[in-house]
Design a protein around this ligand. Structure first.
Ligand code: ZN
Length: 156
């Protein structure tokens, strides 16, 4: 939990709050993959959030994704929302969305392509919580760059 020290809780729109809580209580794509091509993990020591991510990437497409982890509702719901968003997408698309999500949390207006991820826009006002929401995306980016490096090595 994020209660080691007082961390401000963002206020979300009612609709967004419901969506975030729903992903927290019933996380999508939680678990392990049988045959992942990539595994990555990360933590956010400020809050105590942890995320482990399995990816199955085939021909530059994220065929399957699963996460495990613990931490605050923002970090875990963000991971659930992320997996829903990137599953079935090309690596380049996922990277583009990751950049747009980051931009939103830096205060930019959310891009339409973000879809449900827009629910986390309110986090932008709380820099200490931005790390919670971005953790899973950092881990995803690491997994994707692993995949790209392996591909480069294979074709070199
Ligand atoms: Zn957190």
């Amino acid at each position: 939990r994020c209660s080691a020290m007082p961390i401000p809780e963002p206020q979300f729109d009612e609709l967004y709050r419901e969506l975030i809580l729903d992903h927290y209580r019933r996380p999508r794509n939680r678990g392990v993959l049988v045959a992942p091509t990539q595994r990555a993990e990360g933590m956010n020591p400020v809050c105590g959030d942890e995320i482990q991510l399995d990816l199955r990437i085939d021909c530059d497409t994220i065929e399957d994704v699963a996460f495990r982890g613990q931490g605050c509702s923002i970090s875990q719901s963000s991971a659930s929302l992320m997996t829903e968003c990137v599953k079935g997408r090309a690596i380049a698309e996922a990277e583009r969305i990751s950049a747009k999500f980051r931009a939103m949390l830096n205060g930019e207006k959310p891009d339409r392509e973000l879809g449900d991820l827009e629910a986390l826009q309110g986090v932008a006002q709380f820099p200490v919580r931005v790390k919670c929401a971005l953790l899973c995306w950092k881990v995803l980016e690491e997994g994707l760059s692993q995949a790209k490096n392996e591909r480069k090595e294979a074709t070199a």
